[in-house]
Design a binder for this molecule. Structure first.
Ligand SMILES: [Zn+2]
Length: 400
């Protein structure tokens, strides 16, 4: 049997849902062909393969490449000064008056070329890749006007030609109200629904539509209109929901069959039940929880009991989660939210792929899935969650 690459002498954490836990196969073999996984199983059952290249793992662990399913990692400008001033006692109001906050990122992003946006994002992307990430979701939402939003999405796509990585783009025009519409919310929602979402669909600039449903952003009624516009275009939706208060965001997302609802600290029992019925993934973002020094924990036990799949992501963004390590996000999910090791690792592979609508394509080591792989110098998978900043990656393949 002719294959492209053969990984031998590896321990496999397949994340295969047909197997318990992480789907471990000790002393495993994995073969790839044409960028896909052709065979996976224990060595003693391995057929005679003829491989173009053989990679001997020397007992290392092979997992699916990690999937960061929620980031805002393409932006321009710098908020480190604001972070510093806040620690020195400046209030949010003073910072806003001095031109800080999200609107400073919007100004800088609007002023940046596509090339400059991509270039300034590369160090963040490189940090994610050093953690074994092979798929990164990137949201727009710092342009807040048609041309700048599209440019942000094009910059995200351009990252694929700079690095070996798969980028999945999400349109988040409904991130915050742009300053020029401060007195005309209705006008901006109309612009989103009647012009921007149809154009995003027409030009395939993104594969999903997201919104920020919160008292400081968009109301449930405005979010509903954004989702209806997405539905007309046949685009799936996701939602920043119930992060700072329970606005019924999780239930609203589920009503529209959302791929995921994200944050969810304040989600109530009705929201959890609605997500379970709709098959909506709960994406937990402990980086933002940490940076904002939140205390309200997401209802993890309710998600477990209801069978809601849970994913974990960095939420990489300049304001509330300047986090560029998915393994550290997993560690925070364990430490702060009490997810188990298995939940954390399924949360950055299989369930993260599902949160992007890509469950059939990646996120597990199963025949037919993309050969996106990470090889780790560890003794047991728990180390990936337990260590902080260890960077145990030994190899990474995208479409091997
Ligand atoms: Zn976010």
């Amino acid at each position: 049997l002719r294959v492209d690459r053969l990984f031998t002498d590896v321990r496999l954490a397949t994340m295969d849902p047909a197997l318990p836990g992480l789907g471990v196969i000790e002393d495993g073999v994995l073969a790839t062909r044409d960028g896909r996984i052709a065979w996976v199983g224990p060595r003693r059952e391995t057929p005679a393969f003829e491989a173009r290249e053989t990679i001997r793992g020397e007992g290392r662990w092979l997992t699916p490449g990690l999937v960061d399913c929620h980031t805002h990692m393409v932006w321009a400008g710098d908020r480190a000064d604001e972070f510093e001033r806040r620690l020195e006692g400046a209030s949010y109001e003073e910072i806003a008056r001095a031109g800080g906050g999200i609107l400073s990122t919007v100004r800088a992003t609007r002023a940046a070329t596509r090339e400059a946006l991509a270039r300034s994002s590369l160090p963040r992307l490189d940090a994610l890749l050093a953690d074994g990430v092979t798929t990164v979701e990137v949201k727009s939402g710092y342009g807040l006007e048609p041309a700048s939003e599209y440019r942000q999405l094009e910059a995200a796509a351009a990252l694929e030609s700079e690095r070996t990585v798969r980028i999945v783009r999400t349109f988040l025009g409904a991130h915050t109200l742009p300053p020029e519409f401060a007195a005309d919310r209705e006008g901006y929602v109309r612009l989103l629904c009647e012009e921007m979402i149809p154009q995003v669909a027409r030009e395939r600039l993104a594969s999903a539509i997201d919104a920020f449903c919160e008292r400081i952003a968009f109301t449930p009624e405005e979010t509903r209109r954004v989702f209806e516009a997405a539905r007309v275009q046949g685009l799936p939706v996701k939602l920043h929901a119930d992060q700072l208060a329970n606005t019924g965001g999780a239930a609203l997302a589920a009503e529209f069959g959302a791929l995921s609802a994200d944050h969810l600290e304040y989600t109530d029992a009705a929201g959890v039940a609605a997500m379970a019925r709709a098959g909506t993934v709960a994406v937990l973002l402990p980086g933002a929880f940490h940076c904002l020094r939140e205390t309200q924990l997401p209802p993890v036990e309710s998600f477990r009991r209801a069978g809601v799949p849970v994913a974990v992501a960095t939420d990489c963004n300049p304001g509330t989660s300047p986090l560029v390590s998915l393994l550290l996000a997993a560690n925070m999910a364990a430490t702060l939210f009490r997810l188990t090791v298995t939940e954390c690792l399924l949360g950055v592979t299989r369930n993260a792929a599902r949160a992007l609508g890509l469950a059939d394509d990646r996120g597990t080591l199963e025949p037919g899935k993309r050969a996106d792989l990470a090889l780790w110098s560890i003794e047991r998978p728990a180390e990936l969650v337990y260590m902080m900043g260890a960077r145990p990656l030994a190899g990474r393949w995208v479409g091997a």
